[in-house]
Write a protein that binds this ligand. Structure first.
Ligand SMILES: [Zn+2]
Length: 417
């Protein structure tokens, strides 16, 4: 087995190659801080193990033109799934995290792990049959709290029957490959970061405003999971003045109970029956039920009640974000999830509240923007989760001399990122 001390420089080298296109050895040395001798040694090892390949000649800076080195991202593939409350997205990716065609299956997460994971398995098997290389790993996102070290869902509020379900073990057994499981919002944060790995995105907070509200934190370019894996779960922070509303977690006055999609739907039904919104009355008559999407749609069409509801939700979310900005000093806040389809109206309300309630220095260069819609960022994040774990020194030593990851594997314990 490769010594752990040797795994550190190899891990640095491979993580750099993963995040860039082709680079010359001097460029790798400058970027990673490894000496030229060490770069030469570990590039040779990476090529020997099939992890890197020699590319074309680079630009000469005087003498002989240096040869480019690049990550051999086609030497294997990943299987990825992002599970939501009412549907799941499944895809294959190359080792750079380029996502192939995404299959979406409408399903109810409350059907329980046996039924839902079987559906994921079926698509995985189909995708596996279309691939020729080695399956390097599997990444799964779940819509609830996950203990990252074990991959176990922990009392997830919208996932009855999933508590401590052996998601990792089931996929390991069926596909004979390493598996990582994380909360969906953490993976969306990671996906937004890995799409643009620039210095600005190194300190990023991702907020998903769907039926509930969740958050993910990237610090120094690394996902911050906290001690148990639930860092960033901001939906259940109390927003004082509306403390009589009971949240699905059992507490009263949580942020998501007053500003999430389910909260908007609840208020919309009241507004429609009180004839406060012509648009919602019409939707209720047409569909028999109102959802958060009706409120975002109404707001986009200029319905006054809906505009006020979205603005109000933005203010409540903005107040909590202002606290996070003062505490964490992010450079980027990305807003995603279904309610974010209200777009500029929601964004303006959040921005205004954050800027008026945070320290001027903390907001001087702060960017607040909308994220990718759909499951793209979550799947991309799942790929990045698997790859960053595989290339972490403690795990890299376990497989590098075989050229590709394999079982058995000892996963990292504790809250290590
Ligand atoms: Zn709550």
């Amino acid at each position: 087995m490769l010594d752990i001390n040797e795994a550190h420089p190899l891990s640095d080298l491979m993580n750099f190659l993963r995040s860039t296109g082709a680079s010359t050895r001097p460029e790798i040395s400058r970027a990673t801080g490894l000496s030229r001798t060490l770069v030469a040694k570990y590039v040779e090892l990476a090529i020997e193990e099939g992890l890197a390949i020699e590319g074309e000649l680079g630009t000469s800076t005087g003498g002989r033109a240096p040869r480019m080195v690049e990550f051999n991202h086609q030497s294997g593939y990943l299987l990825l799934a992002q599970l939501g409350a009412s549907g799941l997205s499944v895809a294959c990716a190359d080792l750079r995290g380029n996502i192939g065609e995404v299959s979406f299956i409408a399903t109810d997460i409350a059907d329980g792990p046996e039924i839902v994971l079987k559906q994921v398995e079926q698509v995985f098997k189909k995708l596996k049959n279309q691939q020729s290389g080695a399956l390097w790993g599997i990444g799964i996102g779940l819509p609830g709290p996950v203990e990252f070290s074990t991959g176990l869902p922990m009392s997830p509020p919208i996932m009855p029957g999933w508590d401590r379900s052996l998601v990792r073990e089931q996929f390991m057994k069926t596909f004979n490959a390493p598996v990582w499981v994380d909360n969906d919002v953490n993976l969306m944060a990671l996906g937004e970061y890995s799409l643009n790995q620039n210095s600005k995105n190194q300190e990023l907070i991702y907020i998903k405003i769907g039926s509930g509200i969740g958050g993910g934190i990237i610090s120094k370019g690394i996902l911050h999971r906290g001690a148990q894996g639930c860092a960033g779960d901001i939906g259940h922070i109390a927003v004082g003045e509306l403390s009589n509303i009971v949240c699905r977690c059992g507490n009263v006055g949580c942020l998501e109970a007053v500003a999430g999609g389910a909260a908007l739907a609840r208020e919309a039904n009241i507004a429609a029956t009180k004839a406060l919104s012509p648009f919602l009355q019409q939707q209720l008559k047409k569909n028999g039920v109102l959802t958060g999407t009706d409120v975002t749609q109404g707001a986009l069409r200029g319905d006054n009640w809906c505009v006020d509801a979205i603005t109000g939700a933005g203010q409540q979310i903005g107040k909590i974000l202002a606290t996070l900005v003062n505490f964490h000093n992010p450079s980027v806040i990305v807003i995603g999830g279904g309610v974010s389809s209200a777009g500029d109206l929601l964004l303006a309300s959040i921005r205004q509240t954050v800027y008026s309630r945070s320290l001027p220095l903390a907001t001087r260069d702060l960017e607040i923007r909308l994220g990718d819609t759909g499951d793209g960022s979550g799947l991309r994040g799942a790929a990045e989760m698997v790859m960053s774990e595989l290339f972490s020194p403690a795990i890299l030593t376990q497989w590098v001399e075989h050229g590709s990851p394999h079982l058995p594997i000892t996963y990292q314990q504790g809250g290590l990122a």
